[in-house]
Design a protein around this ligand. Structure first.
Ligand SMILES: Cc1cc2nc3c(=O)[nH]c(=O)nc-3n(C[C@H](O)[C@H](O)[C@H](O)COP(=O)(O)OP(=O)(O)OC[C@H]3O[C@@H](n4cnc5c(N)ncnc54)[C@H](O)[C@@H]3O)c2cc1C
Length: 285
């Protein structure tokens, strides 16, 4: 199906794009178009204006800024997955990007677009939460830094306002004793396609015990969330398989598990525990 008619703008600078959003309140930003265009073609979304940010210079790099990596708005999933910097310092995000969709999607879709889209079963949302990322949004009114913990509001709803562009995501670099991992069950049984359930884990170990841990789930509730009970249970433990198994029993504490086409509440709750265990085992391994 064709989308409804819309005005197409392709600004060549960030300022021009921000002006376009400010003056077209019903506009949508387009980055890779991998989620926006299918929604428009199915007529589930019919913006009057599309602001394509794809020709703006300076948004396509991954930078090492000392204590964090900055991933620009036009960095594709494939580039995030293949980046030695992301693989080394933000392993869960590289793994989640590498498990996002298929080759075509990974070559067009962007890491920031996947975060802005806030799909309930997206992969990189969980990694951003577990790694304690910060999302940087710009509008004509200024710049906002939004912690990942406040960014994913609900299904397909982020903390961005319509006139904002997510210009980069900043991910703290894992240092000594810190590690992270992402793992999921995809909708087609393997690891490709959206997550039926997925978990990202970040851990810090010192003197033989876990002194900090953050685990996030995707595909299980209405949006990716931090599984706070898991981190609380793991901190102070030796990070052994018994400690991981005990912590994983808290995977869905305090959250509303969503039944959908891919699983009942009981099945998804079970998967949440299984994938939390796997992500923690990989991170602590
Ligand atoms: C066949 C298929 C399989 C897929 N499988 C998976 C999967 O397994 N896992 C997964 O996580 N995702 C999957 N996706 C979604 C894919 O990851 C999308 O690429 C991603 O969700 C959106 O990134 P994009 O750059 O294409 O954004 P777009 O499609 O251009 O935009 C998506 C939304 O985000 C907004 N947006 C995008 N960039 C910005 C920005 N910089 N600032 C403000 N708003 C912005 C847009 O306005 C729009 O609302 C799949 C998609 C397809 C088509």
């Amino acid at each position: 199906m064709y989308p409804r008619e819309f005005e197409y703008l392709a600004p060549s600078s960030l300022d021009e794009a921000l002006e376009a959003l400010a003056s077209h309140p019903d506009a949508k930003v387009m980055a890779g178009g991998m989620s926006l265009l299918p929604l428009m073609k199915m007529r589930l979304l019919s913006p009057a204006t599309v602001v394509d940010i794809g020709s703006i210079d300076g948004l396509g790099s991954i930078e090492d800024r000392g204590d964090h990596l900055a991933i620009g708005a036009l960095v594709r999933h494939a580039a995030t997955a293949a980046s030695p910097l992301v693989q080394q310092y933000a392993t869960a995000l590289a793994q989640a990007a590498g498990l996002t969709g298929d080759v075509q999607v990974r070559n067009r879709g962007t890491t920031c677009g996947a975060l802005a889209h806030a799909d309930l079963a997206a992969d990189q949302t969980a990694a951003a939460l577990a790694l304690g990322a910060t999302l940087v949004a710009k509008s004509t009114s200024g710049t906002r830094e939004i912690p990942a913990s406040e960014f994913f509001v609900d299904t397909l709803t982020s903390a961005l306002t319509p006139e904002e562009i997510l210009v980069e995501v900043r991910v703290p670099k894992s240092g000594n004793g810190e590690a992270s991992a992402y793992t999921k069950l995809g909708r087609r049984g393997g690891e490709s396609d959206y997550a039926v359930a997925g978990a990202a884990a970040w851990v810090r170990k010192s003197n033989g015990s876990v002194d900090a841990a953050r685990v996030a789930l995707t595909g299980v509730g209405t949006v990716a969330v931090v599984a706070g009970g898991v981190g609380d249970a793991l901190v102070g433990s030796d990070g052994s398989s018994d400690a991981i198994a005990a912590a994983a029993t808290h995977a869905t504490d305090g959250m509303t598990v969503l039944e959908d086409l891919y699983g009942t509440v009981a099945y998804k709750s079970h998967l949440a525990q299984v994938y939390v265990k796997r992500a923690l085992t990989a991170a602590l391994g």
